[in-house]
Design a protein around this ligand. Structure first.
Ligand code: HEM
Length: 128
């Protein structure tokens, strides 16, 4: 299970487990719950489809929903740098919750998501 894409190395089951662990954390995060729907079922399905293609697996999101246009899709939500950090912290925690994903794969995945997350930020932090 060494070569190939990050998707090949992680595998569909561990990726699905990661997405479940991620939204379990999002659902508990006081910075994130205000902008996410109460029922995260469809959100999680779309994220799993997106990450499958993003990591080098089959392009499930594109097949099911079309071009992701991620930045545009996030514009309706106020995504401050602080919320960006909260999102990434949920992902970091979810990676810890998913030991099936090897440490070096987890690091590579987190680095890739960190680069994308920067581009989702569309608002300034509120003054303290
Ligand atoms: C959808 C927040 C970063 C991928 C969403 C939604 C919110 C959100 C509120 C809508 C949920 C719904 O209505 O179902 C955030 C925040 C981020 C962030 C606060 C912090 C920077 C990212 C990143 C990625 C991503 C880095 C990709 C690697 C997606 C996808 C969807 C989504 C694929 C579903 C789009 C759809 O409705 O088809 N996000 N997001 N997000 N996000 Fe993010």
């Amino acid at each position: 299970n060494a070569g190939g894409s990050l998707y090949d190395r992680i595998g569909p089951d561990a990726l699905a487990a990661l997405v479940r662990a991620f939204y379990a954390r999002v659902a508990q995060d006081p910075l994130l719950t205000p902008i996410f729907p109460d029922d995260l079922t469809l959100t999680a399905e779309k994220q799993l489809a997106f990450l499958t293609g993003f990591l080098g697996g089959p392009p499930l999101y594109h097949e099911r929903y079309g071009h992701p246009r991620l930045r545009a899709r996030h514009l309706p939500f106020e995504i401050t740098p602080q919320r960006g950090r909260a999102w990434l912290a949920c992902m970091q925690g979810a990676l810890r919750d998913t030991p099936q994903i090897q440490a070096d794969d987890a690091r590579e995945l987190f680095a890739a998501l960190s680069r994308v997350a920067v581009h989702m930020v569309n608002a300034q932090d509120h003054p303290a």
